[in-house]
Design a protein around this ligand. Structure first.
Ligand code: KG4
Ligand code: ZN
Length: 364
């Protein structure tokens, strides 16, 4: 993944503060293009937000201020390095919660200025997109399905900085839909693992809609599915344990069908965007990738379309700073650095040329 001009290894400090994980990591890009994680510290703020059933932006921003310095020091300590030994510092500069992003960006800029090393403003979505290069030495292009608490996107990853969005969500992100489903069924936060655990004891017999299935463009819409689940739950109230399990199983099955259909559509469009004969690889990223049922469904769908599915290890699929540091290194070696006026950006689409997906509350 590197330019041929690189002859020495590069070590980059990465900082991630876009949502509710405060993370710092050191990654080395070797001269041969391989990546090595020297340390990766993730301090989850889950406990602080659990009582609210979701992330509270102001609480998150304050917690990043309190946790970030210690996370950076720990990452340096575990890597056995000092700030004098880094070649660049990268921070997630968007998209995400602006208060948290500012904390990470300002910290990274201060280190860059103090040490006289380059600063790299990393797009958080780009970091998810490029992680497979770190773990699997994956060459371009490939198809990415990113499914997390904040994002649901299908993208063609053509090269560093060259991304084409095929599909996005018109309303809720997939992880958000899992979280809301769990909340309305009285389960804990984050909801995805709770829904999966309960679904294992249930039968997918409750009829729920599959919004957008069959549509030409591989977009998603999840708000209607969540509303239908609410109606089915209300019709059965008070809910028995078996009801909850059946509702979870039915919800998960609907999501599996939606993902399979939407990704199939992206498979059909892939060659047109990636080029004839392009390698046929689907990378799955984001916290929802942890769901075994969804993973096995996507594996089968990929096989049917003669694609290979790659899922980076769970700790690199969920939010972390190693992916930020790796993206920083990959950009640094190409001379793609930023000056200290680069802003934190709450919204920062990976493909600014993507036509707007019509719908309420689109998350680019
Ligand atoms: O990528 P991530 O750690 O954070 C961001 O949102 O950026 O993703 C977290 C999301 C949450 O919405 C959580 O409910 C969902 O991933 N999730 C799952 C599972 N594990 C986590 N969703 C479905 N099934 C799971 N097993
Ligand atoms: Zn993320």
């Amino acid at each position: 993944m590197t330019s041929s001009s690189q002859s020495t290894p590069l070590t980059v400090l990465g900082i991630e503060t876009s949502c509710d994980e405060t993370a710092a990591a050191l990654v080395r890009l070797e001269a041969d293009g391989c990546g090595k994680i020297l340390s990766s510290v993730v301090r989850s703020q889950l406990d602080l937000h659990a009582a609210y059933g979701g992330v509270v932006p102001e609480i998150a921003a304050r917690a990043h201020v309190e946790l970030l310095d210690a996370a950076i020091l720990q990452a340096l300590g575990e890597a056995g390095l000092t700030l004098d030994q880094i070649d660049g510092v990268a921070a997630a500069a968007g998209p995400g919660l602006i208060g948290g992003l500012i904390v990470g960006v300002v910290t990274a800029k201060a280190i860059a200025l103090g040490r006289g090393v380059p600063f790299i403003a990393v797009n958080h979505l780009e970091a998810h997109a490029l992680t497979a290069g770190l773990t699997d030495r994956l060459a371009f292009p490939y198809l990415l399905l990113l499914v997390s608490g904040g994002h649901t996107q299908l993208l063609v990853i053509k090269d560093v900085g060259d991304y084409e969005r095929l599909g996005t969500t018109l309303d809720d992100a997939l992880g958000e839909a899992f979280d809301k489903a769990a909340k309305l069924l009285g389960l804990g936060y984050p909801g995805g693992p709770e829904v999966e655990r309960n679904a294992a004891k249930g039968r997918p017999t409750i009829k729920l809609p599959r919004p957008m299935v069959g549509r030409d463009e591989p977009h998603f819409s999840l708000a209607g599915l969540k509303t239908a689940l609410r109606h089915e739950a209300m019709a059965r109230a008070p809910l028995s344990e078996q009801d909850v399990a059946d509702l979870c199983a039915s919800f998960q099955e609907a999501v599996a069908d939606i993902l399979s259909d939407r990704t199939s559509r992206a498979f059909e469009l892939y060659e047109k965007h990636a080029g004839k004969g392009a390698q046929r690889i689907l990378v799955l990223a984001g916290g929802v990738a942890a769901n075994r049922r969804l993973r096995s469904t996507l594996e089968a769908t990929a096989r049917k379309h003669i694609f290979r599915l790659i899922v980076p290890p769970a700790e690199l699929c969920t939010d972390n700073a190693a992916m930020i540091a790796w993206t920083g290194a990959v950009r640094l070696v190409r001379g793609m650095t930023d000056d200290l006026s680069a802003p934190a950006r709450a919204r920062w689409p990976l493909d600014p040329d993507a036509p707007p997906a019509l719908g309420a509350g689109v998350k680019a």
